[in-house]
Ligand binder design. Sequence first.
Ligand SMILES: [Zn+2]
Length: 75
Amino acid sequence: MKVVCPTCRRRGAWFEDRFGPFCSERCKLVDLGKWFNAEHVISEPLSADHFEDSELLDSIPEVDGESGEFGRPSS
Ligand SMILES: [Zn+2]
């Protein structure tokens, strides 16, 4: 029975292999890595709540160029 490797799309009798539907251990690890990355993406928006009530938002307008200390030659 031939199947398609989910990672590299190669066709072969991978299913009976010990790496499952993947053609090799490498492809299996790559697929696991995708899942780990997806978990990171999901957990990241949680930190957005932190910004809402922190002082970081108040400090942002200071960088708006009023002081002009950064890289602007005053002549
Ligand atoms: Zn593969």
